[in-house]
Design a protein around this ligand. Sequence first.
Ligand SMILES: [Zn+2]
Length: 239
Amino acid sequence: MTQLLYQTDSYLKEFDANVTSMLQVERTIVLDRTAFYPGGGGQPCDVGFLTVTGVIYPVEKVKKQGADILHLLGGNEPMPAIGAAAHGTLDWARRYKLMRTHTALHVLCGTVFRDYGALVTGGDMEPLKGRMDFEFETMRGELVREIEAAVNKEVAEARDIRVKILPREEAFQIPDLIRTKINLLPEGITQVRTVEIVGLDLQADGGTHVGNTNEVGTIRVVDYKSKGAINKRIYIEIE
Ligand SMILES: [Zn+2]
């Protein structure tokens, strides 16, 4: 089981850990703790480096498998031994862009829900670019400009982002979480992590976010598209 350091400190760029298991052929290792985000909720996984006994391994891919986080190591150096001490270093420039982008998308969905009552049906992101699908019947250029102005106003409000890990029962008492389909969480999940943009948006979310909306930057709505009768896709970029 890997302790998920990124869940409580999204600004952790480096960390120490120990190798708990290793697969030679697949070139994957599991650590007892990690700051590498394994991907999920539309946010791609982190990449970076792991230094183990003097060898620097590129971390090319990270993914979740049950309670473990698998780190796929590039290069062709022999794999590290189980029990070895490891030092992880994230590609921080990339991760920080993803944090700004992820928070921007929450600002977008919080604003669109508040102003138009439209629910999100999906989303995806890469560094400084993202898209989100909403239950909107019509989308016009005028409305898009209105949404762009409203999201940038929220960013400028310098709203704090608060992350909490709550017992399932407590999270289920929060009415705002219902719209993010918290009720669909598998029964085995005993804790729910929530990400709140204070005064704007509250969601059950596993991703990494900036600490205040003033770190996001300027959000541009660069395109929109109809994805069916009630689904409209909005594309954003962050400057
Ligand atoms: Zn999210």
